[in-house]
Design a protein around this ligand. Structure first.
Ligand code: SAM
Length: 293
C-alpha cells in the first residue's frame, strides 16, 4: 500500500470515518520520496531503535520499520489507532503509544522499550508544538539524532548565525545542546491538506557536552532571554531587568566592557561563546558583590 498516494489516503481515512484536525496539526505527506529520505537520513538503521512523534497514517512509520529493529510511535489522536492497525499490518516491529508527546517522559519510554540500546527520534512534527516538542526531545537526552520536519522558517531560525534576523533565543538554546543542520526543504504541495507554508527537515545531533562552557547555565539563559526580549535595545539596557538590581547601569556597562564588547551592541549580534564569557564575568561580579555585603 502506498501510504502517500492521495487516493489511498482518502479511501482508508473515509473507511474509518476520519477527518483531519487542524488543531492537531494534521498534514499528511503525499510524496513517498519524502518519508523515504527522512528515514534513510535519520540514523534509524544504525541506532536500531526509533521513537516517532505523530505517525498519522503511518507513511514515515513504515519506512522506519523497514530500516530499524523497533519503532515506537507516539500518537495523540485515538481516531488514528485503527487506521494504523490497517496501514502497518505488514510490520511486526512497531508499537503505537497513545498519548501527548509533551507529557510523556521520553527518557523513561526509551528505557522501558529499548533498555540501554541506542535510539533516534524522527517526526513530521505537528506545527503547533514545534518548539516544546524539540525542547522535550533534546532534554530527554535519550537520542543520538533527532530528525524532524518543521516549518522552513523555524528550521532556519534554529540554524541561524549571530547578527542575522532569524537568530533568536531558541537558536542559542538548540545550538547550545546540539549541532543543527537543515537536510532538505519540502514544499507545501507535498501535504494533504496543503499547509500555508513550506517545510524543511532539520537534523539535530545532541552534543556530549554543551557547545560552550559556563559557570552558571541558568544565568547564561537568563541573559540570552533578556537580550532577545528586547532585541532592538542595546545590550546594556536589555540586561537591566536581570542584572540592574545588583550591578546598576554603570556596573552592567563595566561588565560588558570587561569582556571586550561595546555596551551599545545589540544582544542579537553575540555568539554563544560571547554569551558564555559574559555569563562567567557576571557570575564573578555577582559573587564578589554578595561576599562584600
Ligand atoms: N507522520 C504523518 C505524515 O508525515 O504524514 C503525520 C504527520 S502530522 C504533521 C502530525 C501528527 O502528529 C498527526 O498524526 C497528529 O495527530 C499527531 N499529533 C498532534 N499532536 C500531538 C501530540 N501532542 N503528541 C503526539 N502526536 C501528536
Amino acid at each position: 500500500m502506498n501510504l502517500c498516494d492521495i487516493d489511498v489516503i482518502r479511501t482508508v481515512l473515509a473507511k474509518h470515518g476520519f477527518h483531519f484536525s487542524k488543531s492537531l496539526g494534521q498534514n499528511f505527506l503525499t510524496d513517498s520520496s519524502v518519508p523515504q529520505r527522512i528515514a534513510a537520513m535519520s540514523g534509524a538503521a544504525e541506532a536500531g531503535n526509533v521513537v516517532e512523534v505523530g505517525p498519522g497514517m503511518g507513511c514515515l512509520t513504515a519506512e522506519l520499520c523497514r530500516l530499524a529493529g523497533q519503532v515506537v510511535a507516539v500518537e495523540l489522536d485515538r481516531a488514528l489507532l485503527p487506521v494504523l492497525d490497517e496501514t502497518l499490518a505488514e510490520f511486526d516491529n512497531y508499537e503505537v503509544v497513545q498519548g501527548d508527546v509533551l507529557s510523556i517522559d521520553l527518557a523513561a519510554l526509551c528505557q522501558e522499550k529499548f533498555g540501554d540500546g541506542h535510539a533516534v527520534a524522527c517526526a513530521n512534527l505537528p506545527y503547533y508544538i514545534t518548539t516544546p516538542a524539540i525542547t522535550a526531545l533534546l532534554e530527554s537526552r535519550a537520542f543520538d539524532k533527532i530528525t524532524v520536519m518543521v516549518q522552513k522558517e523555524v528550521a532556519e531560525r534554529i540554524c541561524a548565525a549571530p547578527g542575522t534576523a532569524a537568530y533568536s533565543a531558541f537558536s542559542i538554546y538548540v545550538q547550545y545542546h546540539a549541532a543543527a543542520e537543515i537536510l532538505f526543504d519540502v514544499p507545501a504541495d507535498c501535504f494533504v491538506p496543503r499547509p500555508k507554508v513550506d517545510s524543511a527537515v532539520l537534523q539535530l545531533t545532541p552534543l556530549p557536552q554543551p557547545a560552550v562552557e559556563t559557570q552558571d547555565e541558568k544565568l547564561f539563559f537568563a541573559l540570552v532571554r533578556a537580550a532577545f526580549n528586547m532585541r532592538r535595545k542595546t545590550l546594556v539596557n536589555a540586561l537591566g531587568p536581570v542584572l540592574g538590581g545588583a550591578l546598576g547601569k554603570d556596573g552592567i556597562t563595566a561588565l560588558i566592557e570587561s569582556v571586550g564588547l561595546d555596551p551599545r551592541v545589540r544582544g542579537e549580534r553575540l555568539s554563544l561563546a560571547e554569551y558564555a564569557k559574559l555569563t562567567d564575568a557576571a557570575a564573578e561580579r555577582l559573587k564578589a558583590q554578595q561576599a562584600a555585603e
